[in-house]
Design a protein around this ligand. Structure first.
Ligand SMILES: Cc1cc2nc3c(=O)[nH]c(=O)nc-3n(C[C@H](O)[C@H](O)[C@H](O)COP(=O)(O)OP(=O)(O)OC[C@H]3O[C@@H](n4cnc5c(N)ncnc54)[C@H](O)[C@@H]3O)c2cc1C
Length: 265
């Protein structure tokens, strides 16, 4: 819905930011080489794991995990809602993208597999079939950032989404957390008396939740990539543990609800 207080400008690339007496000057570069400057009281960096805004805020660069996510699209592959295959140091997840039966497949492997695509020989037959006939979409190096540093409150710059807390996609939460960040930040800025108070409230609200999600992601990494014989214990536990109990373990994650935003009267 169009909002007259919001102006969307596309095709501008953030270049740099400078502090002024009462705010910030932010420089953008257009596709035609032209420069645009915006005067603002707050800069929100929602610019992904390689965030140039984070670099300007003095944050440490992302860390390469030496894991890579290979992505495939498979046509005409009906099946369950979500399928996962676990192996020592690797795992794969597949889910439907469209009603046509097309599926997305993500295979996480250590860096260094020849030809940039995983070798399908040792996988389960259904996964091997996907790897053989799927369209290879490319490899995403998996990077992480120091969320404690990036989420802390700064005077006039704030980070959200992957810029603030890029995480491994092992709990499928990166985009979900980016959306939560945006909502909470809007709420904090709308309800607090000053920008500084709003940013402090945002950091205080988001940090514990993001830390908890990151802990869960690390747990998934350890459990998914277990080697034999610990993998046998994992498989047994997954077989015997009721689905409802597994779901209840994660209610803190999936049952999060956005509070309505109520600006001060
Ligand atoms: C293989 C894989 C599978 C995933 N699966 C899931 C999943 O199932 N569920 C889930 O929730 N998450 C998943 N994620 C994570 C999810 O994709 C990210 O967490 C999410 O895209 C982060 O959103 P974002 O808006 O913060 O950053 P991005 O999506 O990276 O967007 C950043 C934007 O900033 C722009 N930008 C960059 N530099 C500049 C600049 N200088 N000036 C202006 N604009 C700039 C970019 O063009 C881009 O549009 C997965 C990730 C991977 C790699």
């Amino acid at each position: 819905m169009a909002d007259p207080s919001v102006e969307v400008r596309l095709g501008l690339s953030f270049q740099r930011v400078e502090s002024q007496a009462n705010g910030l000057s932010v420089w953008f570069l257009g596709a035609d080489g032209s420069q645009t400057t915006v005067e603002t009281s707050l800069l929100i960096g929602a610019d992904g794991v390689h965030s140039p805004v984070a670099a300007f805020a003095g944050c440490k660069p992302p860390v390469d995990s030496r894991l890579v996510a290979h992505r495939f699209s498979i046509a005409d592959a009906p099946g369950p809602e979500i399928e996962a295959w676990l192996a020592p140091s690797s795992h794969a997840v597949s889910y439907p993208m469209r009603k046509s039966g097309e599926r997305n497949l993500v295979v996480v492997e250590p860096v260094g597999v020849p030809h940039g695509a995983p070798d399908s020989r040792d996988w389960n037959p259904r996964l091997s079939d996907f790897l053989t006939r799927g369209d290879y979409l490319g490899a995403w190096p998996l990077l992480t950032v120091d969320a404690d540093d990036r989420l802390r409150s700064r005077e006039r710059i704030v980070l959200i989404g992957d810029a603030a807390h890029a995480m491994f996609p092992f709990a499928a939460q990166g985009a979900a957390m980016a959306l939560e960040d945006a909502w909470v930040l809007a709420s904090c800025l709308a309800t607090k008396a000053t920008i500084q108070e709003g940013l402090a409230a945002y950091a205080a609200t988001r940090l514990p939740r993001i830390q908890r999600v990151l802990k869960r992601v690390s747990f998934h990494r350890r459990v998914y990539h277990l080697g034999w014989p610990l993998s046998l214990a994992r498989n047994l536990a997954m077989r015997v543990r009721p689905e409802a109990a597994m779901r209840a373990d994660l209610s803190w994650l999936y049952d999060w609800r956005a509070e309505p935003i109520a600006p001060p009267l």
